[in-house]
Design a protein around this ligand. Structure first.
Ligand code: 5GP
Ligand code: ZN
Length: 118
């Protein structure tokens, strides 16, 4: 079941270039772009290119690819933002804190007393 096909799902529309995003990286399976919300400077989302709602719908290959991309983003953020720490967050389901039903992982540079709640 694909509840949010291309044209409806906002991240599918970003993948397809139908709505603008500040893209920082892409490869065959993944895309990384700046989060519109920027809880801290350098807050990036890594998403699968294929629509998958959550962790239960991605393949092992996509799972590995997302983490590899997240690590590239983390290494770049380490240089660009000189964070004291870095948080990866991935939410599934409304109760899990997910607001966009297309699999994605947050990469958030962190600083002492930055007030970020996750
Ligand atoms: P979630 O709560 O599902 O883990 O995260 C969804 C994230 O997507 C939020 O941090 C929100 O700021 C971000 N977001 C929602 N709509 C857009 C959009 O149109 N463009 C971008 N770049 N980020 C978005
Ligand atoms: Zn989608």
């Amino acid at each position: 079941v694909d509840p949010s096909p291309a044209g409806v799902c906002i991240f599918c529309r970003i993948v397809q270039g139908e709505i603008p995003s500040a893209k920082v990286y892409e490869d065959a399976l993944t895309i990384a772009f700046m989060d519109l919300g920027q809880v801290n400077p350098g807050h990036v989302l890594v998403a699968t290119k294929r629509h998958a709602a959550n962790i239960f719908e991605i393949t092992d290959e996509e799972s590995a690819a997302v983490m590899q991309t997240a690590r590239k983003v983390a290494l770049a953020a380490k240089i660009a933002f000189e964070p004291a720490g870095l948080t990866l967050l991935q939410a599934n389901g409304v109760e899990g804190g997910q607001t966009v039903a297309h699999f994605h992982l947050h990469v958030v540079p962190r600083h002492a007393d930055d007030g970020v709640s996750f």
